[in-house]
Ligand binder design. Structure first.
Ligand code: DSN
Length: 383
């Protein structure tokens, strides 16, 4: 982590205070249930931690009504929300994985796609933006119980109000998975899913910069259903050390410094997108509104796998990624995804973004030249 430049859009470096809480003796405690209503004695201190996390989460996301901070991960949060809203066999609508969606939004290999019936929408071939006609068509066809808005590789803002209008007109619930953008939403730099969504799931370790974990928000009238879906529906004992660490992270995210950090993250992403485009990368949608950039690397004569390997060889860590209209397998891909949250946490700014784009294009060009790759790697290690 010291020697590489970390540019995976879903990763970050969390705070020392979060690591301290997450590594604490609270890991020793079983606490099934909720604060004040546990199945075990001796929960007075973990109750305090969970109440802090819950109250701070509600404060951080203005307009939210209820939160459960126990999900172990984003995928756990998603399956709990699914089981609160649907029975096995029920239909839902989501963005497909190869168009920017997430594995846990109905991929055939995931429980969400095995137990429930997904119908997918995607992005428009021309501009890479959400295909609203496809969303409406999918809803009309599937008559879903749930519509999901949220993505893992979508570089533009999502119009949650529009998603809610389409879902609610069809009698479906809107579930927003804001895992990638929760920090951006918390900072007020992305339109909020509140009050439009019925359920909002997220991870806590991406742009939000907390410990690895998940949480679910719900409308007040869905509170009991969501709590039951998490425990005993999908999980046993909550990870109280992680919940304490979530409380620490949310407190830090409530500070003005966090908003400034998030603004720098977005500025860096815009600068990196422009610098990559200037060097021949096919930047999908032409830029970014958030912390991530999706690029077609085939104009540079490589696949996503080859580009990622070349950058890894010089100490720049990104991931290969399918792009809209993908023709290659997910293990090869035509694209790569960059993200700026971790590099920004490290203090990098606009000059470094320009440098990263330059190293990227040089590493790809030198991918079969071990001596040149080593020379670039030595430069990377110095930053
Ligand atoms: N695996 C994460 C990502 O990289 O986007 C999402 O869970």
């Amino acid at each position: 982590q010291r020697d590489h430049i970390e540019l995976i859009a879903s990763e970050n470096y969390t705070y020392a205070a979060v690591r301290e809480a997450q590594g604490s003796i609270l890991t020793n405690k079983y606490a099934e249930g909720l604060p004040g209503k546990r199945y075990y004695a001796g929960c007075e201190f973990v109750d305090e931690a969970e109440n802090l996390a819950r109250n701070r989460a509600l404060q951080l996301f203005v307009g939210s009504e209820h939160v459960n901070v126990q999900p172990h991960s984003g995928a756990s949060a998603n399956i709990a929300a699914f089981t609160a809203a649907m029975s096995p066999g029920d239909s839902f609508v989501a963005m497909s994985l190869d168009q920017g969606g997430h594995l846990s939004h109905g991929a055939s290999v995931n429980i969400s796609g095995k137990w429930f019936k997904p119908t997918f929408y995607g992005v428009r071939a021309g501009d890479g933006l959400v295909d609203w006609d496809a969303v409406q068509r999918a809803v009309d066809e599937a008559k879903p119980k749930v519509v999901i808005a949220g993505a893992s590789a979508y570089p533009r803002s999502l119009d949650f109000e529009k998603f809610a209008a389409i879902a609610h007109a069809a009698g479906a619930k809107l579930m927003v998975d804001m895992a990638h953008i929760s920090g951006v939403v918390a900072a007020g730099l992305h339109p909020s899913p509140f009050p439009h969504a019925d359920y909002v799931t997220t991870t806590t370790h991406k742009t939000l910069r907390g410990p690895r974990g998940g949480m679910i928000f719900a409308r007040a009238d869905e509170a009991a259903a969501i709590d039951k879906a998490v425990f005993p529906g999908n999980q046993g004992g909550p990870l109280m050390h992680v919940i304490a660490a979530k409380a620490v992270a949310y407190k830090l995210a409530l500070q003005p410094e966090f908003r400034a950090y998030m603004q720098r993250t977005l500025n860096n992403a815009k600068a990196l997108a422009a610098a990559l485009a200037a060097r021949g990368f096919g930047v999908i949608t032409g830029g970014t509104d958030n912390h991530l950039i999706l690029c077609d690397v085939t104009p540079l004569g490589v696949t996503g796998k080859e580009a990622t390997a070349a950058l890894e060889a010089v100490g720049v860590t990104i991931n290969k990624n399918s792009i809209p209209g993908e023709t290659r397998s997910p293990m090869v891909t035509s694209g790569v995804r960059y993200g700026t949250p971790a590099a920004t946490t490290r203090g990098m700014g606009l000059a470094e973004m320009e440098q990263i784009a330059q190293w990227s294009v040089e590493a790809i060009a030198a991918r079969e030249d071990a001596a040149k790759l080593e020379q670039i790697r030595r430069e990377v290690v110095k930053v």
